[in-house]
Design a protein around this ligand. Sequence first.
Ligand code: HEM
Length: 445
Amino acid sequence: MKNLVLKSLSLGMSGYIWIARRLDYYLNKSVHSLTPPDRSTNPYPAANAIRERAPVIRSYMNGGWIITGYKEVTEILRDQRVTSDFTNNKFVTRIVRYAAEGHKVISFDYPTMLSQDPPDHGRLRKLVAKGFVHKYIQSLAPAIGQLVDELLAQIPNTEQFDIMDTLAKPLPAIVIAEMMGVPVHERHLFEQWSEDLVKGSDIARPEHIKKGGEATGQMRSYLVNLTEQKRKNPGQDLISQLIAAEEDGDKLTIEELYANCILLLVAGHETTTRLIGNCLHLLLTHPEQMAAARSSEALLMGAIEESLRFEPPVQFTARVVKEDFEFRECTLKKGQLLMLSLAAANRDPLVVERPSEFDITREKPIHVSFGYGIHLCLGMSLARLEAKIVFQKLFENFTTLENAQKNLDWGQNPMFRGLEQLHVRTTCAFELSEPLPLAKTAASV
Ligand code: HEM
């Protein structure tokens, strides 16, 4: 019976999408959608075409508006008349509730800082931010370097291997797990939950929403136990710090602690994985820029920043209108969904010169790949650091890195952009060393 309901919902969604596409085509004269069928190969022509038509455009497909101009995206992300609490949009909430089949869903049932407006947003962010201060994150470099060494040492054939499977996918989940003080033998759980939680963000696929709900429940139960252990034996890790804040007064409830730990995994794993893969893919396809990035740390950081602009791991984010207001001569109505294309904003010719060119020597690439305004990414220093260390280690260990991936699979979830596999052919600089001893305590990361 459940399967039947899920199937009808899936069919219902496909039907709705088909009708909405037609409406956009006939009423709105918009032949493009942010999620065209061929988007996975190259989403940028469609995103550019929408922005050229107008930076704010009505979209029946998305039940609201698509915003693509850099100035417009940043203005909306600063505007207090919109919210990232999606329970304000009945349509999205209904889909999520049906599809989750009674499972509680992160952000809908368990509010996180990302789904909260001020003042709750600020209260939660301030507490979690203690674990993300720039200086502390930089101090993690040796431990992250050690994790990369361990992962590289586990590759059976270093002449040709898939960088996604061996390095880009496991590393960010392990780093987050260790920051939270998760024991080494349980880190693998974080990888699976993360995959299911991220898939759960694709509202066009109800079966994924259900899986995301299951993963939320499993991770929450795990955190309940872990928190109890940390209460008895506190450490230097993030969870111990948050427990101290919870015990200090009413600044953080225990449910908020669980929800925000789940958010950190959702927000920090897949995104960093995709940054590493996208940046390497761009360097492999621009060998002269790969050589330049090898030659100086500043150019390597330039490559990471430019790849964030050029191939943003998070392609778009969304907001819901809290009250009617006029924006660029359009009336945004309470409850409507605003799809903000970070990918289109990053290529807006009004703010970026030669936007369709990948150039790691840009002075300071302008982009919104980490968001903007109060919800600006909390983990951006960590993401940049992980990417930097991965590339430094790859350059150290391999004198050449070449593309060995025949067909590129950019995945199915339109919100995220990244390669499923990226096989590289390498020449080893020297024999890879034996695996290093595993990091002993969470505090070591
Ligand atoms: C390349 C990697 C990353 C990218 C591209 C990225 C992107 C983003 C974006 C676009 C937002 C804003 C979303 C919105 O306003 O709707 C965001 C917020 C956030 N990110 Fe990241 N992120 C990355 C890595 C990380 C990491 C490593 C962590 C932590 C482990 C993290 C934690 C967060 C948190 C907690 C928020 C919510 C902040 C708030 O609501 O105040 N992110 N990220």
